[in-house]
Design a protein around this ligand. Structure first.
Ligand code: MRU
Length: 353
């Protein structure tokens, strides 16, 4: 499989995740506004992949801008940043990536617009390449907490498709397998968008990693019966105190895991950590269309006109998490300190090139 998204001949190319696994199609983008719509519509999804798409979206905006100097380009980029950031509110990687491009555009050495455009494209590419490196590092740290012959329970898709490549949670699974551990993954189907059934199941099957698909509601029973050794899931945003926003349904997994003495880890690249928010209740939670709940695919299952509440994410309070796996090591409580140390280490690494 190629990367989830990549830059080619001044276009952004992305695998269309809405139609996997039944169809496999690559879409090409030349307009940042269309990229923003693709993020909202979940052509691309998963916090790190959304972040990389935001970076490349800014690169497209730079190419679309007719500006001849830095000030003109900055004005057009600021407009693109606002449009892209609004595409999905919970995954902080999106605004992190667009802000990083803005910062570069303000400070980069070339003062002429074309020099800046080239520097912006290079920075977007760096964001994408760094994501793959981060996932490899995180996988190596995370594999250490995966027991031999572990039964791992996961939710949603935090795999290669949710990132540029390799995955966060599935990166940990892949690293464990690469170390020779014989693992089996319980895959939550993940209503309503079925990222588990469609995407995680597809990835694991392609890699030949043993897995079993379950309805979301089966997870509690499996944990009570001792058939889960560790719960691993990703994150869209982590507050400074370690509260984790992830796909709706993650919270109850962590609570049931704690009740049953099962370790539960979030697997989180540092760009997903938002130290500006003191706790998880400050994280904006996206609400999505009612049709995602009243329909399965395109088929209606609920009566016409029924009231629907469809939050896309929930917050796991930090006290339910055993640890947070990052590319700078595994953070343990008190998370205020360990997360800050991880973010600072990542910033130093980036500054050192
Ligand atoms: O709505 P989605 O599919 O974008 O939600 C994705 C998740 O909840 C993932 O677990 C999270 O973004 C981490 S991906 C490495």
């Amino acid at each position: 499989m190629p990367r989830t998204l990549w830059w080619e001949a001044n276009q952004l190319k992305m695998i269309d995740q809405r139609i996997l696994p039944l169809q496999y199609e690559i879409l090409a983008y030349t307009d940042y506004r269309v990229v923003a719509r693709a993020i909202t519509d979940m052509v691309v999804r998963g916090a790190p992949a959304i972040g990389a798409a935001g970076g490349f979206g800014m690169a497209l905006a730079a190419l679309q801008s007719p500006a001849r100097d830095r000030d003109g380009l900055l004005a057009d980029l600021a407009q693109a940043q606002a449009v892209l950031d609004a595409a999905r509110p919970t995954a902080v990687n999106l605004s992190w990536a667009t802000a990083r491009i803005m910062e570069l555009a303000r400070r980069a050495a070339p003062a002429d617009a074309d020099g800046l455009r080239a520097a912006i494209i290079a920075e977007a590419q760096r964001i994408a390449d760094e994501d793959v490196e981060i996932n490899r590092r995180m996988g190596a740290f995370g594999a250490a907490i995966v027991p031999e012959e572990a039964n791992i329970l996961t939710h949603c898709n935090a795999g290669a498709l949710a990132t540029v490549d390799y995955g966060t949670t599935l990166g940990v699974v892949r690293a464990a397998v690469e170390q020779g551990k014989r693992v089996h993954v319980w895959v939550d189907e993940t209503r309503p968008r079925l990222q588990g059934a469609r995407l995680t199941a597809w990835e694991l099957t392609q890699d030949g990693i043993p897995m079993t698909l379950i309805a979301d509601n089966a997870a509690g029973m499996l944990m009570r019966l001792g058939r889960v050794d560790v719960v691993l899931y990703g994150a869209d945003r982590v507050a400074a105190n370690g509260d984790v926003a992830n796909k709706i349904g993650s919270y109850k997994l962590a609570v049931i895991a704690k009740e049953n003495g099962i370790p539960c880890f979030a697997v989180v690249p540092t760009p997903t950590i938002d130290l500006s928010l003191a706790h998880g209740d400050l994280i904006p939670i996206e609400e999505r269309a009612a049709e995602e709940v009243t329909q399965v695919g395109s088929e209606r299952i609920a009566p016409e006109g029924v009231a629907v509440y469809n939050p896309a994410f929930d917050v796991t309070p930090a006290r339910y998490l055993t640890g947070i796996i990052t590319e700078e090591g595994i953070c343990y409580p008190p998370f205020e300190q360990s997360l800050r140390r991880a973010v600072e280490a990542a910033e130093r690494r980036r500054a050192d090139g």
